[in-house]
Design a protein around this ligand. Sequence first.
Ligand code: MN
Length: 324
Amino acid sequence: MSDFSSIIERIDLATRILVLSHDRPDGDAIGSAMATALLLKKVGKDVVVMNHDEVPELLAFLPQTDRIRRPVAGETIDCDLLLVLDSAGRDRIGQAVWDSVPEGVFTINIDHHISNTGYGDLNCVDSTSPATGQILFQLAEAAGWKIDRDIATHLYAAISTDTGSFCYPSTTSETMRIGGALIDAGLDLGKTNQMLYENYPRRRVEAMRILLQDLRFDCDGKCASVKLPLSVSENLGLQLGDTEGVIDVIRAIDSVVVAVFFEELPNGKIRVSSRSKDTAHGVGEICAVFGGGGHTLAAGARLPGPIEKAEALFLEEVANRFDT
Ligand SMILES: [Mn+2]
């Protein structure tokens, strides 16, 4: 549990606050940014929320996500405090967003990635927390800010999506306590879960069908991987967030310890997402070999293309860990 007093002091002094979270935003990035924006607005601050990319269609049901702005070339956001959430490094924000941030503005970095580079003027990084949303709940509690239904919904989306619905081992009794407190604050649990987990567009399942045809096993079935070439994403009209969760399907196979998903991006880079069930075979270290990072059991990296080459390099690194 962090000491939030210096963060609260800085926020008290600020009048106009810019809230950022990482590109290709997931539930924790959107939920954390929006919960923070709504909390700060309630205590009288002017708030701008910005993300490099669009809100994924699956998360657009969350309250007031139309407030999230995208960077406009040449525009600088007038602010006297910057909050950067759920982002391990400056590079996760995207250059177009940094171009909108005034030079020298005081930066608070709130995150739960063990690989966080400590790029803020004030850094609140708790790698024992399963989601940035959990740290923000604790901050709100410490500051005495009231959590209303919309804020509770965002914090729930943040925590639920980063813990695999309160299932991953990173989930603690504190996470469960917070879940209860969010229900008390007005969260509609059934409806929110339905929107988060039972509301997939058909193209997502079509993508799953194609991906699973080429499901690959290595290391005596302990490593499973799938790859998504750009041509397939384009043919299916996939959007950001559509392939989120594919990895959980292959991770759930009984023999599998490490699951890997390779995705070819429009810029030719290969986005690698990886999950592990066992800290003895953590994926954080493997991703770090390729300049990526994250957590022990969930991590990512970006490798140069082509996709087959990235696949071979990464899977070789996985195999090395199972040999020893
Ligand atoms: Mn997160």
